[in-house]
Design a protein around this ligand. Sequence first.
Ligand code: HEC
Length: 160
Amino acid sequence: MNKRFKKLFVPAMAVAVLAASAAAIAQQAPKPENLIKWRQSAFQVIAWNSGRIKASVEGQYNKDEVVKAANTIAAVANSGLGGLFAPGTEQGKGWHDTTAKPELFKDGNKHFADLGASFAKEAAELAAIAPNGDVTAVKAQYAKLTRTCKACHDDFKAKD
Ligand code: HEC
């Protein structure tokens, strides 16, 4: 392949491959067991990072750890987690049996959406203030964030 052709051809090929895989994804709705796995995995990542912040605010404060953890939680919280609670996933196994309560799946559950929105908002706020390293402010915002976990688990998660 001459250089000029390669320059043109390689990006075009990459676009074609992406388009083909996007089409394949569009045709196949994810399997319920995958949706349940993904949401359980997402919450495990959230819990891992929540624990990193807890260790910092309760022990030796490490700003870099808090920034990384807060950014990760904010990204996952704002990633559209609600889509993983699609119809057909009321029951079933992901990594283990779902612990989501049946009420969560009642048509257009506004209460669940509201709880998810306040979780996303408090997570974004924590990520916004973490870089300034104000421990008192981070501690207060982290407390606000964890109240959103509890609020949602109280109503929509079977066991904690
Ligand atoms: C808007 C609701 C909501 C919010 C907010 C929320 N969770 Fe959850 N969480 C759930 C539901 C529902 C499940 C059960 C998922 C399943 O098993 O299908 C769950 C599951 C979990 C699990 C278990 C995952 C597994 O392996 O089954 C952990 C750990 C967890 N959440 C931690 C957290 C933490 C920490 C926060 C806050 C920083 C949080 N969650 C915020 C609804 C929420």
